[in-house]
Structure formats: structure tokens, C-alpha cells
Write a protein that binds this ligand. Structure first.
Ligand SMILES: [Zn+2]
Length: 155
């Protein structure tokens, strides 16, 4: 089961948001967005606020949050999953672009949308019904996947 906690990331954390989505974690990322809106979204949807802004976390109306002190996106990712460990089975269940949960697709339904050699070598496909993008394991950079698995496995 994927953890049901969700996040909202500030504008400085776009790359972190993409990494977290690869891990299947629900991360709302808007750009532009102002501080008041970030806090409003965080509280309304009970999303944990991820931010690099030390002033923002001192506001009295801020809800649950994690202050990200690292500059490097991989170090940021490690910092988040140290506190909020993801579930390995949730990797690649979410659209990196728009955060929507992916839906399993029949192989024949993606025939015209993936390269020929992919169609013949990959058996499992998924689709984002929001932006209509088709995913398969190789559609994410192999290096990214290995990095994710190493981070999770190292817990
Ligand atoms: Zn999408």
C-alpha cells in the first residue's frame, strides 16, 4: 500500500517534486505560487509543506512542514524520504508531469504511441489519463530508477 500522506512543494523545489513523483508520492507543485497560497493549500488538503524558505516556516499559520536545507536535489530527496519513507511498490505509479495516478494500459492500446522496439520488448504500460502520456519502465531514465531504488533500499 502506498502511504496516503501528500505534499505541496514551494517554487524552489521543482526538481525535488519530480523525483518524489517518480517514487509515486503525491506532490502538488505550482509555479508561480505565493506564500499565502502555499499555506492555504497545505492546510486545506492536509498536504505536508516542503519548503526551502526559513521565513515561511516561521509563520504562525504554517501547518505540518519540512524545511529543506540541502541545495542538491538528490540530497533533498534523501532528506524527505528519511522523514517520510516511501513504499517501494509505489515507484512509477504517478505521472511526473502532472502528479496524476497512472492507469494500467493494455499493450495493444499503446501500439501507435510507443516506438516499435519498445512495443516489442516491454510488456507493461501505463497511461496518465490527465495528460495522455504513456509510461513504461524504460521511459524513465534508468539512472533515475536505480538512484530511487538505492535510496529506498538504504533505509
Ligand atoms: Zn500526466
Amino acid at each position: 500500500m502506498c502511504p496516503d500522506r501528500t505534499f505541496v512543494a514551494d517554487m524552489m523545489l521543482g526538481r525535488l517534486a519530480r523525483w518524489l513523483r517518480i517514487l509515486g508520492i503525491d506532490v502538488l507543485y505550482l509555479n508561480p505560487v505565493d506564500d499565502a497560497e502555499l499555506i492555504r493549500l497545505s492546510r486545506r488538503d492536509k498536504r505536508i509543506l516542503l519548503t526551502r524558505d526559513t521565513r515561511l516556516v516561521q509563520r504562525r499559520d504554517v501547518g505540518e512542514h519540512l524545511l529543506i536545507r540541502e541545495n542538491d536535489p538528490m540530497a533533498q530527496l534523501a532528506a524527505v524520504i528519511r522523514v517520510y519513507p516511501p513504499a517501494p511498490e509505489c515507484i512509477l505509479t504517478r505521472c511526473i508531469r502532472c502528479n496524476t495516478l497512472l492507469t494500467a494500459s493494455e499493450k495493444r492500446d499503446v501500439r501507435d504511441e510507443v516506438p516499435e522496439h519498445i512495443y516489442h520488448t516491454v510488456s507493461r504500460f501505463a497511461r496518465c489519463i490527465q495528460c495522455d502520456r504513456v509510461y513504461w519502465e524504460g521511459s524513465h531514465c534508468r539512472h533515475m530508477l536505480e538512484t530511487c531504488r538505492r535510496l529506498i533500499g538504504g533505509q
